[in-house]
Write a protein that binds this ligand. Structure first.
Ligand SMILES: Cc1cc2nc3c(=O)[nH]c(=O)nc-3n(C[C@H](O)[C@H](O)[C@H](O)COP(=O)(O)OP(=O)(O)OC[C@H]3O[C@@H](n4cnc5c(N)ncnc54)[C@H](O)[C@@H]3O)c2cc1C
Ligand SMILES: NC(=O)c1ccc[n+]([C@@H]2O[C@H](COP(=O)([O-])OP(=O)(O)OC[C@H]3O[C@@H](n4cnc5c(N)ncnc54)[C@H](O)[C@@H]3O)[C@@H](O)[C@H]2O)c1
Length: 450
């Protein structure tokens, strides 16, 4: 006999949690299914541990850059212990209890689809039936086709974020968000890091200037940054894990960390068996986050934008639609922050992306140390650059980036301007608090040759 629910949520990372919580609060009978830990990749092996580990190192470096302070010594056992607290010692029993106490049914196991009209999901011996099912199963690290990879000491984000003992040497493959954050973390806790990026630029979805500035900041931490370098073979040599690069050179470490992107976790769901097609990029959804009648998807598995804030946003969109509303998702102005020191933040389009969309982009970049007081009051060796992209025809901001302290906070001014279509002339008339990094927007938009 099938167990009947109003909705079943599969995968309890941030996307699934938001959808489930809003449905439960609205009085729906909800079953949630999670095969690992409620909180998902984000809570245990991604956002939370990585940001927790980076922060003390940023604070130590920040103290060394502030006038009259000495650099405090990072205490790895102390950092590790707080990381373990933040990832709940990989124990979600309180979360399971929390959902049960709110009236939800919680199933621990792998879900797969076995029926349609209504949807039927099997978890172990249970068959859960519902008119609405939300797929929120996230992504798993993608593995580049490098011969011999299985022979070396291979890490993904999971080993990196839960590391107990810092290796002496690491090779990081991939130079975007995961590679940059984890590379800087490892370098700052005393590991000798080589970072291998296949294209000409780090952060290759961003403006090329962001890539250059990122390479500069990583080199400042002693990281051996190798761009235009693609590993073609991996092998062991004694205790060394060796990557042979396409030009015949080698990158050698005790571990090799894969930071080469993600692929959607779809295979175990057996969606094909119920007539739902999936793509390599994920489970395709419409603007209401619907994949088929009564079948919804949120978060990384949709392939829209692999961020927790997007997963949470989509969770809210889906809950509203299941509850009878008609809410569409709108992704203009989603911020993208890499929590390096200094922070690397971007939003909207790059100039190249704007051109691809048929716009006529105009760009400007400013050195914040040249025109602002804040970088100088903040630290003795001031840093910071901001770039803006505007559309000549509409005279609106369509993109922005910043590589500067606290950029992950103040990028939201640009995010809001882009999302709301605020004109460049209005921004030029803006009044920003003195002395802040945000004043940089005034400098940058004044530089635009519109
Ligand atoms: C190292 C790292 C750092 C990151 N830092 C940030 C950051 O600072 N900010 C940010 O916005 N994003 C960050 N991200 C991205 C962020 O982690 C993801 O965008 C976010 O986790 C997506 O949430 P989700 O709910 O889609 O999926 P997930 O968090 O992946 O959760 C999916 C859940 O589904 C479960 N599941 C999968 N298949 C099944 C099944 N068949 N049955 C039952 N359960 C299943 C999984 O066990 C998992 O718990 C980071 C990623 C990495 C790798
Ligand atoms: N702070 C944050 O918000 C944050 C932090 C970490 C991760 N994330 C998200 O998680 C997702 C995964 O991050 P990621 O950095 O693993 O993936 P990514 O897809 O963003 O970047 C992967 C990088 O690896 C490079 N690469 C791929 N194959 C390679 C190879 N064989 N050799 C050398 N380089 C190779 C690519 O050129 C690319 O720059 C991203 O979508 C990211 O947005 C977000």
């Amino acid at each position: 006999m099938d167990e009947q629910y109003d909705a079943v949520v599969i995968g309890m990372g941030p996307g699934g949690e938001v959808a489930a919580s809003q449905l439960i609060q609205a009085g729906k009978r909800v079953a949630v299914v999670e095969r690992e830990l409620i909180g998902g990749e984000c809570g245990y092996w991604a956002c939370i541990p990585s940001k927790t580990l980076l922060r003390p190192l940023e604070a130590a470096a920040g103290a060394a850059r502030a006038a009259g302070l000495e650099r405090p010594e990072p205490d790895w056992p102390g950092m590790r212990s707080y990381r373990d607290t933040m990832i709940r010692h990989l124990d979600d029993s309180k979360q399971v209890e929390g959902y049960r106490s709110q009236g939800a049914a919680v199933f621990k196991g792998t879900a797969r689809f076995v029926g349609r009209d209504p949807w039927v999901v099997e978890v172990g011996e249970h068959r859960l039936s519902a008119a609405d099912v939300v797929v929120a199963t996230g992504t798993t690290p993608s593995r580049p086709p490098i011969e011999g990879l299985e022979e070396v000491e291979l890490w993904t984000n999971r080993e990196a974020t839960t590391v107990e003992d810092i290796p002496d040497r690491a090779v990081v493959v991939g130079g975007s968000a995961v590679g940059v954050e984890m590379g800087q973390f490892l370098a700052r806790v005393g590991c000798s890091v080589t970072l291998v990026q296949r294209g000409p630029s780090l952060m290759d979805r961003e403006d090329p200037r962001v890539g250059e500035l990122t390479a500069e900041l990583l080199r400042g931490d002693g990281i051996d940054v190798r761009t235009g370098a693609e590993p073609r073979r991996a092998y062991r040599r004694g205790r060394d894990s060796v990557l042979e690069l396409h030009d015949g050179s080698e990158a050698v470490g005790d571990v090799v960390l894969l930071a080469t992107g993600r692929r959607p976790r779809l295979e175990d769901l057996e969606l094909d068996a119920v007539g739902v097609r999936t793509a390599a990029a994920g489970l395709e959804v419409d603007e209401r986050c619907r994949a088929a009648p009564g079948l919804w998807a949120v978060g990384d598995v949709t392939g829209v934008a692999l961020f927790t804030h997007v997963a949470k946003y989509q969770g809210g969109v889906v809950a509203a639609n299941i509850l009878g509303g008609d809410r569409t998702a709108e992704y203009t102005g989603v911020p993208r922050v890499v929590f390096a020191d200094p922070e690397i933040a971007a939003v909207g389009l790059t100039a190249e992306g704007a051109r691809e969309r048929g716009l006529d982009p105009v760009s400007a970049e400013v050195d914040l140390t040249a025109g602002l007081a804040r970088p100088w009051t903040y630290e003795t060796s001031p840093r910071g650059r901001v770039g803006v992209v505007a559309d000549r025809a509409s005279r609106t901001l369509v993109g922005a980036w910043a590589v500067a302290p606290l950029a992950g906070e103040w990028i939201h001014t640009a995010a809001l301007a882009i999302r709301e279509g605020i004109g460049v002339d209005r921004l030029r008339d803006g009044i920003f608090q003195f002395p802040t990094y945000s004043e940089g927007y005034t400098l940058a938009v004044n530089e635009l040759d519109l």
